[in-house]
Design a protein around this ligand. Structure first.
Ligand SMILES: Nc1ncnc2c1ncn2[C@@H]1O[C@H](COP(=O)(O)OP(=O)(O)OP(=O)(O)O)[C@@H](O)[C@H]1O
Ligand SMILES: [Mg+2]
Length: 215
């Protein structure tokens, strides 16, 4: 199986790259390859990608009349979220960010996020809201969790950074049908097949700058 070269104009720097086959690389090697591809995007490419993906995500969210959306702050070349966050605020949609759970190792907790939210970097160098119990949102009250990811395939399989945080946090989402996980990623993060494990939570939606994928 071969990692697909992108079909999108949003990742021109990787479109011609000859990538290795998934069978021959470990999950960690695959992570390295895809992380390097998304990091190689120029500032202009990142910016255009974030604008294109933002519009697709907004259309999807409006159709579903969501009110409470968790997302992420961009890190490590991930598809940038600032245009989406601004647009959600203008629509009056409440936004939330994950932070590492203070007691339950390996879990995430979601806190309300506004322009005035005090932030601090976590152990991975990712900015997260300072712990404030008044801002905590129970996961079952979120409508959507927009997840970052490292790689995805056309079955909705997702590979993250390797911590298992989203897998644990979203493990039971189907019991109540919410929050709906939606992947958000560059087109160049698509592979033809992901080697997944039983704990990996597949995504019912993935939005890229060029496509809305529904599974
Ligand atoms: N629901 C779960 N319960 C217990 N352990 C889990 C669960 N989900 C994942 N893990 C553990 O987390 C570790 C990392 O998982 P994995 O490699 O799938 O991370 P990932 O999907 O890349 O990360 P993330 O979910 O943070 O984006 C694995 O060792 C796995 O055993
Ligand atoms: Mg996983």
């Amino acid at each position: 199986m071969v990692i697909s070269a992108t079909t999108s104009d949003s990742c021109p720097s990787t479109a011609s790259t000859s990538l290795p086959t998934v069978d021959k690389v470990s999950r960690d090697q695959l992570r390295k390859t895809i992380r390097a591809a998304r990091k190689s995007l120029s500032v202009a490419e990142q910016s255009q990608a974030s604008i294109n993906a933002c519009q697709r995500m907004l259309d999807a969210l409006k159709v579903n009349q969501v009110k409470h959306v968790a997302l992420y702050l961009t890190h490590d070349g991930e598809l940038a979220t600032p245009p989406l966050i601004e647009a959600l605020w203008q629509l009056g949609i409440q936004t939330y960010l994950p932070r590492l759970h203070p007691f339950n190792a390996g879990q995430l907790v979601f806190l309300h996020y506004s322009a005035n939210t005090p932030m601090q970097p976590n152990q991975f160098g990712i900015l997260e809201p300072k712990l404030d119990v008044r801002a905590i949102m129970p996961i079952e009250r979120l409508d959507v969790v927009i997840t970052p990811l490292v790689a995805f395939d056309l079955k909705g399989n997702r590979m993250g950074m390797g911590g298992g945080y989203y897998d644990r946090t979203l493990a039971n989402w189907q019991d109540k049908g919410k929050p709906l996980p939606m992947g958000y990623a560059h087109d160049c993060q698509q592979v033809t097949h992901l080697p997944c494990e039983h704990w990996d939570v597949p995504l019912p939606f993935i939005i890229t700058p060029s496509r809305v994928l529904k599974f």
